[in-house]
Design a protein around this ligand. Structure first.
Ligand code: GLC
Length: 567
């Protein structure tokens, strides 16, 4: 089945993001590590401005900017102390406007992160709220005389006692990220004001942070005590008023040409459909997490060897589940997960597996998101000392969960799971500090920057970077790969991920080998005897047309019915 379409507009100018997001490619920027435009070792908006041409050259249509607001950086920008300003590290509102205008000139949209489940404890709302039980902000947060048994996702219990007010406040993330009380209409009205502020400035939409957490069950029931470290997790998501609140926000967006993409940790497919489809649809797309757990149960907690079958089950679950009803947000990396080559591919076959992984997700049905550095095949860092890591969740996990293990084992787990692997400076060139900055950057550069960098890959037609460009161009020019239905073959295979896309009789077959060895591939019966054309491959073309796949080989085939079947 093919998803419903309302974007028949053929022009490539993408005038309306609402109408055309299904045909777009997004690029995610975690600004602090993208490019330092003012020479202080920290990435900033000037740096983003300078690299807009590069981003556009990939074929990108829209940028998602991670939080650029003032923040004490307890959680690097996801603890906001002022929603309508820019962090001085990143520049000014004027710089933001310049980025917006230039991106628009280049034909790209810009969406921002909307983080409203919580603020920073240094936000003036919280500093007021904690003062007393009867001031204008006292009900902006979730205060209780007695805490329930919930654990926070980042550090210890989810409640912290505030001696000034004589009560506990809820923080699902760090202590410095108190949860807002969305049941208070004034808080919702603040959120709408924030949205309007940025939309009036020209922003084209929002990525809405942990948006399924914003409504909590009123009784705040205890969680299941046998779920270690995340006790309460299932009680604080998809609360009773979530749709009501999201439809209020949706109304604001409807006044503008704006899209909304929600981050939905732990959301089931069934729940996701309640946000993404039907007449009360409140989000255009959602970031789901199942496919990010093919080597773990939540990256931070329990690690397992990579299982291709688990990955394929997750991919297909969301492809079949949303197909014809809603639209997927496709991603393999972002600022919260280690680098995908180090997880699902192979650092030894970095080049081959990086390209294969690109094709494996990009050609599914949905809008692809590419995270900075993914397009050049950046890999994980392995720092020796936990104190060299910056991310709060890496530090607290190290101290909390693995206390009985040896130091080596604990560090090994950090190497597998740390979000910091995605936050090292972007590798622009083989020059000092990877061309990211003229001075020592705020965080270490991955030592592989001399070989893994944009400049080297620009000049190499067989680079991962240029392969991403080919994938993007191929999908953008193809209705089958954009709108076609999805079907997986051989789901039980432990080496091969194979799926077809079909649209109005046109067919494409994507075959990905996840094996380090040569692997014989069998075509599904319906394709076996038909003439086929190789549209894309991650190995240099040779004259062979056998089905012996090389390590991490990927091929995309079409099956022309005639010489004119060019999609
Ligand atoms: C989201 C963000 C993550 C942040 C968390 C708390 O999951 O992507 O970076 O730490 O929310 O805001």
């Amino acid at each position: 089945m093919t998803a419903p379409l309302n974007d028949n507009n053929e022009n490539n100018g993408y005038d309306s993001i609402r109408r055309s997001y299904r045909r777009m490619f997004f690029y995610q920027i975690w600004v602090r590590s993208f490019f330092d435009g003012d020479g202080d070792g920290v990435g900033d908006l000037k740096g983003v401005y300078e690299k807009l041409g590069y981003i556009r050259s990939l074929g990108i249509d829209a940028i998602w900017l991670c939080p650029v607001y003032p923040s004490p950086n307890a959680d690097y920008g996801y603890d906001i102390s002022d929603y309508t300003a820019i962090h001085p590290d990143f520049g000014t509102l004027r710089d933001m406007k310049m980025v917006l205008d230039r991106a628009h000139e280049l034909g790209m949209k810009v969406i921002m992160d909307l983080v409203v489940n919580h603020t920073s404890d240094e936000h003036p709302w919280f500093t007021e709220s904690r003062k007393s039980r009867d001031n204008p902000y006292s009900d902006y947060y979730i205060w209780r005389d007695e805490p329930n048994n919930w654990d926070s996702l980042f550090e210890g219990k989810a409640w912290k006692y505030d001696p000034g007010r004589g009560q506990y406040y809820l923080h699902i993330f760090s202590e410095k990220q108190p949860d807002l009380n969305m049941d208070n209409p004034e808080v919702r009205s603040e959120v709408k004001k924030i949205m309007r502020f940025w939309l009036d400035m020209g922003v084209d939409g929002f990525r809405e942070d942990v948006i399924n957490f914003i409504s909590k069950r009123e009784d705040l029931p205890d969680g299941l005590p046998f779920v270690p470290a995340v006790n309460g997790m299932f009680a604080y998501k998809d609360g009773p008023h979530i749709h009501e609140y999201l439809s209020e926000f949706r109304k604001v967006c409807e006044e503008y040409d704006c899209i909304q993409i929600g981050e939905g940790p732990m959301t089931t497919l069934k729940n996701a459909l309640t946000y993404l489809s039907g007449k009360n649809k409140t989000l255009d797309m959602m970031f789901s997490f199942d496919h990010m757990m093919a080597d773990c149960i939540y990256t931070e907690y329990i690690h397992r060897p990579f299982s291709l079958r688990k990955l394929k089950r997750a991919f297909s679950k969301w492809q079949y589940g949303l197909g014809g009803k809603a639209w997927n947000a496709l991603y393999l990396e972002n600022h919260d997960h280690p680098r995908v080559i180090s997880r699902y591919g192979s650092e030894r076959f970095r080049n081959e597996s990086g390209k294969m992984l690109a094709a494996a997700y990009i050609f599914q049905q949905g809008t692809p998101f590419i995270y900075q550095g993914q397009e050049i095949g950046m890999t994980n860092i392995r720092l020796r000392d936990i104190n060299d890591y910056k991310d709060i969740s890496s530090k607290t996990n190290f101290h909390k969960y693995h206390i009985r293990d040896t130091l080596e084992k604990r560090m090994h787990r950090i190497h597998l799971s740390s979000r910091d692997s995605a936050r090292t400076p972007m590798q622009w060139s083989g020059e000092r500090y990877a061309g990211f900055s003229a001075v020592r950057p705020w965080f270490c550069v991955n030592p592989n920057y001399k070989t893994v960098n944009v400049a080297a890959q620009e000049d190499d037609p067989d680079s991962i970077l240029n392969f991403y460009r080919r994938c993007i161009a191929l999908k953008k020019h193809s209705k089958v790969l954009t709108y076609g239905s999805y079907r997986e073959f051989f789901p039980r295979s432990r080496e091969i991920f194979m799926y077809e896309r079909v649209y109005k009789g046109m067919q494409r077959l994507v075959i990905c080998s996840f094996s380090k060895r040569f692997t014989q591939v069998t075509l599904p019966k319906k394709y076996a005897d038909r003439p086929r054309r190789l549209l894309l491959c991650n190995y240099a073309a040779d004259s062979r047309d056998d089905m012996l796949f090389r390590p991490y080989e990927v091929r995309v085939y079409s099956f022309p019915r005639s010489n004119t079947d060019n999609d």
